[in-house]
Design a protein around this ligand. Structure first.
Ligand SMILES: Nc1ncnc2c1ncn2[C@@H]1O[C@H](COP(=O)(O)OP(=O)(O)OP(=O)(O)O)[C@@H](O)[C@H]1O
Length: 357
């Protein structure tokens, strides 16, 4: 487990002081992946540096397994840092060493005897799916494979916490997916507490159990991923599952009549409670057809989540439409947008509708 308590980092002094981390509290439990997201300059890199104590926090505590790292003198810190394995964006592998030799380095520095080192390296490479690449040099490996070697090296000293600082940034989607799968496996098999710092929202949705949003050095939102995705009032929930533009019958030729004669609703789809045929049921309840204008739906942690944009004929009362949708377990919010905006949105549609099984 890793606990950050009132973690504060201020650079400079007096008039020139800048507080980059501001009384930050965060706990990641064993077997949990917590993603920390935030815009550029929010303090993500500083957080990573303070967690490993490469930067000394100005105040506050970093506890790993209940032990406060900030209270330790430099000589004891080295040993305590072994509790945290780190993986960075640049894999940081030594180019003239093989994958096995790179993984072996922390064990060598610790003075582990050669026979044990070899056994542990073999076990680690097996663990990350690279047993057959032990003797390859970094330039002979793909980006994803290099990052796997980095993860194996980070695990060499059996840490209880894994800090991933933009570890998947710059990887192609396939390699990212394979690293995400590996991190989840490690979370479950080794009961690691994983602090996953990233700016990639798609990856957060794929990997995180909980998400914290960092802004100006403070955690301004924090919660379980699925809860955030089901909370339309949550900026983080919205950012994690971006709404696709409207599509379909909002055509330039106004084939279905002027868009102003219809109300447009954004419906958040919380799959565990909503019947699959909710659109048909809502239409039936209202005695008229609702139109599906666009949707972005996917499955997270086995639950269908996402947004749909629907159009309701203008003669319907807003309260009735809302009641029909809410009655089916949906969140519904009427969109204030004029026809011109809707046509623009239709033109900017990027992706086809994803169909959820
Ligand atoms: N050594 C330093 N001295 C003064 N200010 C610093 C120092 N390091 C970082 N900062 C400031 O702290 C703030 C947070 O920086 P940080 O690099 O942690 O943000 P970030 O969220 O990682 O951003 P990015 O996603 O762009 O890497 C920035 O405003 C930055 O200018």
């Amino acid at each position: 487990m890793i606990e950050l308590r009132s973690l504060t980092k201020t650079y400079g002094e007096g008039q020139h002081a800048t507080t980059v981390l501001d009384s930050l509290d965060l706990t990641v439990s064993p077997g949990e992946i917590t993603a920390v997201v935030g815009p550029s300059g929010a303090g993500k890199s500083t957080l990573a540096a303070c967690v490993t104590l490469l930067e000394r926090p100005t105040s506050g505590a970093v506890l790993v397994g209940g032990r406060d790292l900030t209270a330790l003198p430099e000589k004891d810190l080295r040993e305590a840092r072994r509790g945290i394995g780190t993986v960075f964006q640049a894999d940081g592998l030594l180019t003239r060493r093989t994958a096995a030799q790179n993984v072996e380095l922390p064990l060598k520095h610790l003075g582990v005897v050669p026979a044990q080192r070899r056994a542990r390296v073999a076990e680690l490479l097996e663990r990350v799916g690279l047993a057959d690449k032990a003797h390859r040099y970094p330039h002979e490996l793909s980006g994803g494979q290099r990052q796997r070697v980095g993860i194996a090296r980070a695990l060499a000293l059996r840490p209880s916490v894994l800090l991933s600082d933009e570890a998947t940034s710059g990887l192609d989607p396939q390699a990212t997916a394979s690293i995400v799968a590996l991190l989840k496996e490690l979370r479950d098999d080794l009961q690691l507490a994983v602090l996953f710092i990233t700016h990639e929202m798609d990856t957060v949705v794929a990997v995180a159990d909980t998400v914290a949003r960092l802004d100006h050095g403070r955690i301004v939102e924090h919660g379980a991923l699925v809860d955030l995705l089901h909370t339309p009032s949550s900026p983080l929930g919205r950012a994690l599952l971006p709404r696709r533009a409207h599509a379909g019958s909002i055509a330039e030729d106004g084939a279905t009549g002027p868009a102003t004669q219809r109300s447009v609703w954004v419906v958040s789809h919380a799959g565990h409670r909503v019947p699959a045929d909710w659109l048909v049921r809502a239409s039936r309840a209202l005695g008229t057809d609702l139109e599906l204008l666009g949707a972005s739906l996917s499955t997270v942690a086995g639950v269908a989540v996402g947004h749909a944009v629907i159009g309701a004929p203008g003669h319907l009362d807003d309260d009735d439409v809302e009641a029909a949708l809410i009655g089916l377990g949906l969140h519904a919010q009427r969109e204030e947008s004029d026809a011109a905006e809707q046509r623009a949105a239709a033109r900017t549609l990027e992706q086809p509708l994803e169909v959820v099984a």
